[in-house]
Design a protein around this ligand. Structure first.
Ligand code: FE2
Length: 296
């Protein structure tokens, strides 16, 4: 077995998105191809409503899947397929934009803490124009396993020690885990060789390799080198380290990306925006849904 090392550490950066939401971006279109097949990870984390209340009104996506994981607070989702619902703490929403979807994501609270994460997973060229789909997974459907050394793992996608997460049938093979390691415990975890792997620290601090020279704090992203497994320990003073551990099989395809649309070529990208302007963007049947400003 070959231990993965730390390849790079990125600190999430303040960014304004949607209708004026202040969030932190761990990686995104400034880092194209850095984490193939992953495109972007946004961290919404504020107890100031001015930072989040504007939300993300109706906007399109094509060519990607988005995964939203709420930790605190509530977000209302509506889309051009006719889906609607409130994503509550611990819930996951998995949306395949495919050929095109228009949706809105709006906070359902006017005060208090809001924290959520949104990951964008690229679709391969063979599936960029697939039919869009939407899945919502409630907190209670997400299994949490406890290992003997006090480590807890919530399995959103993938399999750990025989327990499978509820998010399946994903185009790109990915594993999405929410891991908590208490101080004193060592988390050794296998990750398929050749897969892109990263950890994003949600709380506490820890060490993400064998040498333990660099303590990684909250809001930092660790990108791993290739190998068979990773080794993680919590920083003693922090009591624990909680992190998302995400890995996936790279696509190794060209990326043409502007805003919410990610294709393989500039021509496909231009076509998407032309279709959006002309009102022919949505390929699926729009069934009695009022999309305010989404489709012209
Ligand atoms: Fe969106």
């Amino acid at each position: 077995m070959n231990n993965r090392k730390i390849s790079r550490v990125l600190k999430s950066q303040p960014t304004i998105e949607g209708a004026g939401v202040h969030l932190k971006r761990a990686f995104g279109n400034a880092n194209v191809n850095l984490l193939d097949p992953f495109l972007l990870l946004d961290d919404f984390h504020s107890d100031n409503p001015d930072d989040y209340i504007a939300g993300f009104p109706w906007h399109p996506h094509r060519g990607i899947e988005t995964v939203t994981y709420m930790l605190h607070g509530n977000v209302k989702h509506e889309d051009s397929l006719g889906n609607g619902g409130v994503i509550e703490p611990g819930d996951v929403q998995w949306m395949t934009a495919g050929s095109g979807i228009v949706h809105s994501e709006m906070p359902q609270q006017t005060n208090g803490l809001l924290r959520g994460l949104q990951l964008w997973v690229n679709l391969p060229s063979s599936h960029k124009m697939m039919d869009p789909r939407y899945r919502e997974v409630k907190n209670e459907q997400i299994p949490e396993i406890s290992l003997k050394n006090g480590i807890k793992i919530k399995i959103i996608s993938g399999e750990v020690e025989g327990t499978r997460g509820p998010v399946r049938d994903i185009v790109v093979d990915i594993q999405y885990l929410d891991v908590t390691v208490p101080s004193g415990a060592e988390c050794e975890y296998p990750i398929s060789k050749g897969y892109t792997a990263f950890a994003y620290v949600l709380a506490g601090a820890g060490y993400f390799d064998e040498v333990k020279e660099k303590r990684i704090d909250e809001d930092h992203l660790v990108i791993f080198t290739d190998g068979d497994k990773i080794k993680i320990t919590a920083d003693d003073a922090s009591m624990l380290v909680r992190f998302l551990l995400i890995s996936g099989k790279p696509l190794r395809e060209p990326v043409a990306w502007y805003g919410p649309i990610v294709m393989n070529t500039q021509e496909e990208l231009q076509l998407a925006f032309e279709e959006y302007q002309k009102g022919t963007f949505i390929k699926h049947k729009v069934d009695g849904v009022h999309i305010d400003g989404g489709i012209k």
